[in-house]
Design a binder for this molecule. Structure first.
Ligand code: NAD
Ligand code: DAU
Length: 349
């Protein structure tokens, strides 16, 4: 019997984590706390919203008195903290919003846990973070858990700060914590501002496919449900105070992934091979664009036995199928405030 607070459970990764925990652990009670920003959508949770062990709470992690009251009244056993501003391009336009949510929000949660958990036995603060805290790689090498932090965007700097706060609360107050740093996720329910869903959506509508710079930056892709499974494994078996890297040893140059996607979508949409690729448009590079990310997930594999379940091509096809079957979801989440951001971003280039 556990009462678990999951923050950011209406977002892309969060909704997969919430669903997995609600369905797999009927004796746990899952509280999903989410501010429902542009990136959070309750439609993502329709499958489990009526489950007896699931509760949604709308609220902001930066609201200290609200969070303290929430911890006092519910006496959570554990926190899985995913709520964040997550898009690098947005962080370049609005760094302070990222500091507020990712740094202050994490500090408020840590402090509430410290106040409430007088006895740490069986308690856990699980902080979900990113490989971007490690900076940027050259042609060779991988990020390991020992790689020194070297964040370069306001987003990654805010996540690195939050990781340091988690570690500081462990060392200073003995707060029981664990941290994971994951590579790029892809799959269903990802907001269509990130590379893959943005490209899928633009291909559907025959709109230009904006590839930053020369398209030779490298990202390491992992199916979102494999990330959720890794969080489950680390939550239950990870060692306190430890960091675990999560990744699928699956590096792709952006331009190659866009070409693969175009070819998959030509087939699915009944277009001639090569038609979607004609939409590729090289645009101004992202400021401070990190060259390459690549995660070494050996520790997680050897210590806790986790490995990815899905081959990339299969995962990408599943993802495309999901977006093609869920055009109403795409229309709903991209209306309103998002439209404004999208247009503004492209005016600036
Ligand atoms: P997302 O942007 O899709 O979702 C973030 C969620 O947090 C949304 O539901 C949003 O409403 C909520 N939120 C934002 N500000 C909030 C606030 N002040 N109070 C309460 N809720 C708030 O993000 P995501 O891609 O699902 O990422 C989730 C976490 O995983 C983040 O911490 C991110 O840094 C990390 N991460 C993401 C990736 C990736 O590839 N997407 C990879 C590694 C780590
Ligand atoms: O590595 C983990 C991180 O991955 C997470 O912590 C972040 O929350 C998540 O957003 C993601 O960050 P990236 O910046 O790598 O993801 P994004 O989808 O924005 O971009 C992937 C790559 O594609 C990157 O090199 C920039 C490029 N890109 C992106 C967009 C949106 C383009 O070329 N064109 C685009 O329109």
């Amino acid at each position: 019997m556990k009462k678990i607070l999951i923050t950011g459970g209406a977002g892309f990764i969060g909704c997969h984590v919430v669903k997995l925990f609600v369905e797999k652990y009927p004796t746990y009670t899952i509280f999903n706390l989410d501010a429902l920003t542009y990136a959070g959508n309750l439609e993502n949770l329709r499958d489990i919203e009526d489950a007896p062990n699931y509760h949604f709470i709308k609220g902001d992690i930066t609201d200290e008195s609200f969070i303290n009251e929430l911890f006092d009244s519910h006496q959570f056993d554990a926190v899985i903290h995913l709520a964040a501003e997550s898009h690098v391009d947005r962080s370049i336009m609005d760094p302070l919003g990222f500091v507020r949510t990712n740094v202050m929000g994490t500090a408020v949660l840590l402090n509430a846990a410290r106040r409430t958990w007088k006895h740490a036995d069986g308690k856990l603060f699980y902080h979900v973070s990113t490989d971007e805290v490690y900076g940027s790689l050259g042609e060779e090498g991988f990020f390991t858990e020992e790689t020194p932090y070297d964040p370069r965007s306001p987003y990654s700097a805010s996540k690195a700060s939050s990781d340091h706060l988690v570690s500081a609360y462990h060392h200073t107050y003995n707060l029981p914590v664990v941290v994971s740093n994951c590579s790029n996720n892809y799959g269903s329910y990802q907001f269509p501002e990130k590379l893959l869903p943005l490209m899928i959506n633009n291909i559907v509508h025959s709109k230009p496919l904006p590839v930053y710079g020369k398209g030779d930056n490298v990202r390491d892709w992992l199916w979102v449900e494999d990330h959720a499974r890794a969080i489950d494994v680390i939550f239950h078996n990870g060692r306190l105070g430890q960091t675990y890297n999560i990744g699928g040893f699956n590096e792709w140059k952006n331009i190659d992934i866009v070409h693969l996607l175009c070819s998959i979508m030509d087939q699915k949409l009944g277009r001639a091979e090569g038609e979607s690729a004609k939409l590729i448009t090289f645009v101004k590079d992202r400021a401070g664009h990190d060259k390459r990310y690549a995660i070494d997930a050996t520790k997680l594999n050897e210590e806790l036995g986790w490995k990815p379940s899905l081959q990339f091509q299969e995962g990408l096809e599943k993802t495309v199928d999901w977006y093609l079957a869920n055009t109403t979801w795409v229309e709903n989440v991209t209306s309103g405030a998002y439209k404004h951001f999208y247009e503004q971003q492209y005016v600036q280039r």
